[in-house]
Design a protein around this ligand. Structure first.
Ligand SMILES: O=C(O)c1ccccc1NCC(=O)[C@H](O)[C@H](O)COP(=O)(O)O
Length: 256
């Protein structure tokens, strides 16, 4: 399934490239206002931090929420205490878009992540041109050379990479890159199985100085507490926030 998602996202990016060339999107990325400092916003603190996700639908859960106004939802997230916003920009399975990201960027003053299946420089430039401060790199979806090249490009653009892992070997690759923000996704992106204990297993191998992000499978405050006890600096949450009152739910999650 991950291979299909990567291929679909690449194919859609190639379609967009017919309308806006690589050199045009690169120029737009370089002309965009400077990215926000996501590493400072997500730095370890005496309380857990939350990246709140704009998520309409997903391959594992189908339709989750309509979200006619992603900017309004993001404003609620910021008001509720989120430290950053994740915007799923993949269109086929998640019903997201770069327009969502642009709208969110224009409405909040905290960092914004492009959460997508990125495998080319074009997609990184698109993210920056749309105002993203962070971009997701999924280690399982990229060969070592491409992972390294995209990581370098993201940094050259002044952005931050959220380097996502799910296995010990992938974590090694993320550490070899020198990644400063590493995610452990509880969701296996091929089988959709969830393992909330995976974070604790892998996080113990992440050195201090690297920001540890626990991704997925938070449905209740106890899940946030579970990740926090296992060493999470940041928790990335989608479904629970888009299917409940976002401000109330963030308040409960941040109170753990
Ligand atoms: O959410 C999915 O079904 C999914 C399937 C395949 C690839 C990625 C997928 N989701 C992206 C994410 O990583 C989550 O949206 C994010 O971590 C939030 O997860 P949750 O809080 O469980 O909605």
């Amino acid at each position: 399934m991950l291979a299909d998602l990567m291929a679909g996202a690449l194919s859609d990016a190639r379609e967009r490239e017919l309308q806006r060339s690589l050199s045009q999107v690169e120029a737009a990325a370089l002309a965009a206002p400077a990215p926000l400092d996501a590493l400072s916003a997500l730095a370890p603190a005496d309380r857990v931090k939350i990246i709140a996700e704009v998520k309409r639908a997903s391959p594992s859960r189908g339709q989750l929420a309509d979200i006619p106004d992603p900017a309004q939802l993001a404003v609620s997230y910021e008001a509720g205490g989120a430290s950053a916003i994740s915007v799923l920009t993949e269109g086929r399975k998640f019903k997201g878009s770069l327009a969502d990201l642009e709208e969110v960027r224009g409405a909040v003053s905290i960092p914004v992540l492009r959460k997508d299946f990125i495998s080319t420089p074009y997609q990184v430039f698109e993210a920056r041109a749309a105002g993203a401060d962070l971009a997701l790199l999924i280690v399982a979806g990229l060969d070592t050379k491409t992972l390294s090249e995209l990581y370098t490009l993201i940094r050259e653009l002044g952005m931050t990479a959220l380097v996502e892992t799910h296995r010990a070997e992938e974590l090694e690759q993320a550490l070899d890159l020198g990644a400063e923000l590493i995610g452990v996704n509880a969701r296996n992106l091929s089988t959709f199985e969830l393992d909330r204990d995976l974070f604790g297993t892998l996080a113990s191998q992440i050195p201090s100085g690297v920001i540890r992000v626990a991704e997925s499978a938070v449905l209740a405050p106890a899940d946030v507490a579970h990740y926090r006890a296992a060493g999470a600096d940041v928790v990335l949450i989608g479904e629970a926030l888009v299917t409940n009152d976002p401000i109330l739910t963030l308040g409960e999650f941040l109170a753990v």
